[in-house]
Design a protein around this ligand. Structure first.
Ligand SMILES: [Zn+2]
Length: 133
């Protein structure tokens, strides 16, 4: 029963660490030890099999836009940033990740456009973004 104290253990891959690494420019996904599913950003439970054991997997950060939305009326606190685009990017490794699109003109956005992960800081907090590949 000594395992109960480690019930929350996700092999040290936490959301905080994910963003700390992202700030340094490293994108890290996690792979479920149970079924091999890849997830990013880190989750507590594997959405595929419910396991709670993960191992970190470095991601290339290279991918293509799978879908995108142009935000013209920004949430409170981001008003000065609009319009901007949020894209779901399908990474080379096969997982998709949401992020803001930077340095790509809105009219140039297209599904299938190659992009590359780029860390940004929004209101002093690290955030996920994608720029031109
Ligand atoms: Zn799993």
């Amino acid at each position: 029963m000594s395992e109960s104290s480690q019930g929350k253990d996700t092999s040290g891959v936490t959301l905080g660490r994910f963003f700390a690494q992202a700030r340094e420019g490293a994108l890290t996904g996690i792979r479920c030890v149970g079924c091999g599913a890849l997830a990013v950003p880190p989750k507590e439970l594997c959405p595929e099999c419910g396991a709670r054991r993960w191992e970190p997997v470095p991601l290339s950060g290279e991918g293509t836009i799978a879908s995108y939305t142009v935000i013209r009326v920004a949430p409170r606190g981001h008003a000065g940033d609009a319009p901007y685009a949020i894209a779901a990017v399908r990474l080379r490794e096969g997982v998709s990740l949401l992020g803001r699109v930077v340095d790509v003109p809105l009219e140039a956005l297209a599904v299938g456009l190659p992009v590359r992960f780029r860390p940004i800081v929004v209101k002093d907090r690290p955030a996920i973004a994608f720029g031109p590949a």
